[in-house]
Design a protein around this ligand. Sequence first.
Ligand SMILES: CC(C)(COP(=O)(O)OP(=O)(O)OC[C@H]1O[C@@H](n2cnc3c(N)ncnc32)[C@H](O)[C@@H]1OP(=O)(O)O)[C@@H](O)C(=O)NCCC(=O)NCCS
Length: 179
Amino acid sequence: MSRRSWATQLIGFNRLPFGAKRVDLLAELMANEGFMRFSPGVYSYKQTAAFLEKILAWQNRGLPSQFAVLSRADNRLIGYCGFFHQEVDGTNEIEIGYRLHPNYWNKGLATEAAQAVRDHAFRDLNLSRVISLIHPKNAASRRVAEKIRMQFEHKTVFKGFPALVFMISRERWLTNRAA
Ligand SMILES: CC(C)(COP(=O)(O)OP(=O)(O)OC[C@H]1O[C@@H](n2cnc3c(N)ncnc32)[C@H](O)[C@@H]1OP(=O)(O)O)[C@@H](O)C(=O)NCCC(=O)NCCS
């Protein structure tokens, strides 16, 4: 799931060329306060390993999962973008989630990655809808959701935090493509 012309590439975490260093590199990102902004806090190495294990378990079961975002210039791991499986207001939802290292913000990279993941959801996985859960004060994340044509659906409380649910349906994606 990569397109040559991009500044970044997306790759399944189980296909990363870094081998055993995968946890180390992700742990470095998840220890960064900017990277973990609008989350309960930075992750320890142990928390990162558990997070990566969850992602790999989804991937190994063939479920939609996260992609590593690599900088094309130097193949560096700069973040992740992909699918999380969440229960929101009693309903099972597939969320598109993304985080990038602050050095790479405001270059259009999250939008580029989220757009590819959204297209993958509808074109290849045939999902009926995908959402994003966004903290009301997270203007950058909200803007990314809007740029990939998600629309505000409702407010909720997710894991104890206020969240806005943004959503795009397969129908809306198809209509936009045809327009
Ligand atoms: C959210 C995040 C992934 C965005 O990544 P990014 O690569 O900078 O996103 P893009 O460059 O594709 O788009 C960002 C947009 O938000 C806008 N933006 C950035 N900061 C903003 C702010 N404080 N207020 C309003 N808009 C803002 C940018 O101008 C841009 O919009 P534009 O293209 O219309 O100018 C990145 O900020 C991040 O990793 N944040 C920490 C983790 C996080 O919050 N993840 C989302 C959890 S829901």
